[in-house]
Design a protein around this ligand. Sequence first.
Ligand SMILES: [Zn+2]
Length: 231
Amino acid sequence: MTDYITFGSKRIDFELTFATRKSLGITVTPDLDVLVKAPDGTAITDIKERLRKRAPWIIRQQSFFLSFQPKTLPRKFVGGETHLFLGRPYRLQIIDAKNEEVKINGKFIEVFTPDKARTETLVSEWYLQNAKKKFHAIAAPLIKRFKKYDVEPSSIILRNMPTRWGSCTPRGKIILNPELIKAPKGCIEYVIVHELCHLVHHNHTQKFIDLQTREFRDWEKWKGRLERLLA
Ligand SMILES: [Zn+2]
């Protein structure tokens, strides 16, 4: 069953199951779900009381995930506008041409099109294609490195997520936000390593953080860069 508690201005939803066990177990999944396992017969008021006491910890766990909050500036897709690619700014240059094409040339993203109104579509497609290519290339050596822990993602897919840079499913599928292609390579590596660490530890326990630090010493620096990124 699902229920919720309130803590200050926050509402914490949770999924409750009962089991033959002695104590209350609380887990925050990478998808921000709060799973509560209670001993058979525990009163719901007692469970909520215990949850309220653990609320600061739950919120801390959730905020760790939620800190992947893409901040996107409104764009008009007109000539001269600045767009990021792998952390570097490029100016849009729209060029009248018969055949459609998008490419980087020096400090410019050149958009060739017979119809200016197509710029946004063309640039978005170009970002997505590059995201697919680059994410897989960046992930390959990292995946190799994690084989020593006997884990390997079942697949890496791209999906637009309003509040997340990355996530992973219990079955080991890593999901990356295509907007990440606007961030520096280090940020992309950080998100991938973070999700790979979740294949070993499913929560943000100290063990998880220790593993992340062992595999990516500079993670705090790149996490900060990502949080400040205005894509
Ligand atoms: Zn995480």
